[in-house]
Design a binder for this molecule. Structure first.
Ligand SMILES: [Zn+2]
Ligand SMILES: [Zn+2]
Length: 375
């Protein structure tokens, strides 16, 4: 019987964080897939605030955790995927067996949060990726700022060929977080009111999620009129230009109350990345409403306890409650039908060599969502 030629290792240009705040763009070697692995050739990778944070994670580390590409080689035990298939990469793969997975809390999977490398692919020690001849870790076991990556099939969701990969690549982090926080976590109901503070990639995704859920009033809040204009295109019904001079947010709170029958919104979301604004949603929701902080802020803030009164729920959702098998195909369907608008959220593209500029533009608020394109 003739044997098929086995795939050989691939040299891939990759962005490698040094753990001390800097990174280099250098070649790595990505080995051939073992039987239950797939090698993906990245075509597009989204740039996220977490990528900037990853510059300080223990390094060296191949950066990037959002991406889409095309399958380039499959292990012999892989039956669900074939070479040439476009795929979306997912950074949080629930194990399906731990106590949190058993409760349906897929993003809180204890093994995912412990960065159990076996959920993505073999541990770095197995040498899946070599840099200067030594094994190297990858951001969230993906490392999408590289021309190739090796993963288990569970990290992949098939993409239809009609969906441009430069748009699809952002589904796996910011879009899922925003849309999922509205639909899965807040469980916005038809006709309910929603306020969103911060209209970057995550905030705009919350707005789209609220629209898809049938929310009545969707109030977008941002310092910049241009961001509010885009929010309106994506589903906001009302826009409030926030002012830095409104230091205790009294004017903002008054404006939201005026739009919500004097009682506050049913749901309010914070997506600014500013720790100081973490508890602002509590002041914008009605009694018994949902206040959600999506920035994942770590900063210290003081909260007057009356802000919680009465019966307000304060939540810090992770990854929009993403259950990959349920949620990612749904997002892809919505993107295909146009119900979920991605094209206008991607407002800058870069080559991998321009990653520094992509990070700087993101940090300065010049981009909603930057995407690194390969080829
Ligand atoms: Zn991200
Ligand atoms: Zn689990």
């Amino acid at each position: 019987m003739p044997t098929l030629p086995s795939p050989s290792p691939r040299t891939a240009l990759a962005a490698i964080a040094d753990g001390a705040g800097a990174f280099v763009i250098e070649p790595v070697e990505v080995r051939a897939p073992v039987p239950d692995e797939v090698r993906v050739r990245l075509k597009a990778a989204g740039v996220c605030h977490t990528d900037h944070a990853s510059l300080h994670w223990p390094g060296p580390l191949v950066m990037g955790h959002e991406g889409a590409g095309v399958i380039e080689a499959v292990g012999e035990a892989v039956t669900d995927f074939a070479v040439g298939q476009p795929v979306l990469l997912n950074w949080a793969i629930p194990c399906g067996r731990c106590a949190q997975c058993a409760r349906g809390n897929a993003p809180l999977c204890e093994r995912t949060l412990a960065r159990d490398a076996s959920l993505g692919t073999s541990a770095a020690g197995s040498g899946h990726t070599l840099w200067n001849g030594r094994p190297i870790e990858r951001s969230f076991n993906l490392g999408t700022f590289a021309e190739y990556t090796l993963v288990r099939p569970e990290a992949l969701t098939p993409l239809p060929p009609e969906l441009p990969l430069a748009q699809a690549c952002i589904l796996g982090c910011g879009v899922m977080t925003g849309v999922g926080s509205a639909i899965n976590i807040a469980d916005v109901q038809p006709g309910e009111s929603v306020a969103v503070v911060g209209c970057g990639g995550v905030g705009l995704s919350v707005i789209q999620g609220a629209r898809l859920a049938g929310a009545g009033r969707i109030i977008a809040i941002d310092l910049h009129q241009a961001k509010l204009d885009r929010a309106r295109e994506l589903g906001a019904t009302d826009c409030i230009v926030a002012s830095r001079g409104d230091t205790d947010h009294q004017a903002l709170i008054k404006a939201v109350l005026a739009l919500t029958g004097g009682r506050g919104a049913d749901h309010a979301f914070e997506a600014t990345g500013q720790a100081a604004l973490s508890f602002l949603p509590l002041r914008l929701v009605r009694d018994g409403g949902n206040a959600l902080q999506l920035s994942g802020s770590h900063g210290e803030v003081t909260v007057p306890m009356p802000w919680f009164q009465w019966n307000k729920r304060y939540l810090t959702p992770l990854y929009g409650g993403c259950v990959p098998d349920r949620d990612l195909p749904r997002l892809i369907d919505w993107a295909l039908s146009g119900a979920l608008e991605l094209a206008s959220m991607v407002d800058a593209t870069y080559r991998l060599e321009e990653l520094r500029a992509a990070l700087d533009d993101m940090l300065a608020g010049r981009t909603t969502k930057g995407v690194v394109l390969f080829d």
